[in-house]
Design a protein around this ligand. Sequence first.
Ligand code: BG6
Ligand code: MG
Length: 214
Amino acid sequence: MKAKALILDLDGVITDTAKYHYLAWKALADSLGFHFNETDNERLKGVSRMQSFEIILEINGASSHFSEEEKQAFCERKNELYKSFISTMTPADILPGIPELLSRAKAEGVPVAVASVSKNAPAVLSALGLSDSFDYIADARKITKSKPDPEIFLVCADALGVPYADCVGIEDAAAGIEAIHAAGMKSVGIHVAETGLSPDIPLSSTEELANLEL
Ligand code: BG6
Ligand code: MG
């Protein structure tokens, strides 16, 4: 491996929780009579919970319809549904190619970090049996700017003590690829072709990570 560190997104890279975030937002949007589909959902990937709800409101011309307290309550409702989805997760939900990538990195002494803005990341990693599989897991509660800001990738690289240009970031979201590039890192994009962004290494599936030269 040429990379001196790997920094992985969680939702949609390590496991397919991106679909649960979508289903939970879709249920909330439906209950409010709002339009929301999978194309709209692309804009929510990598974005914090409240910012995601703000995007749904904006799509529906409803940005000023609710108070901060009401918005918090709707976000909490979405999160309760999301938590019910992830409560059934097991190590079998780790996406293909990820165990092989983690084993290769370990064998070659390349540190690996998780860069997820999800406050549910510790619970998801625990359900997957991966809580102790990383050298650093960013604390979403301490990240002040969502992707596409590079903050979370820079925090991970700093924690690992690796220069930004020697890090490879792996993402499934347009905002994530932008964040990796803004951090001065090399990007691997899973399924991001339709977003119009050009990751340094575009992949159609995480399976390709098993043997990929990084
Ligand atoms: C990101 C997801 O990883 O975490 C977003 O891509 C999600 O879809 C964000 O909104 C925040 O997650 P949570 O679990 O804190 O609501
Ligand atoms: Mg993601």
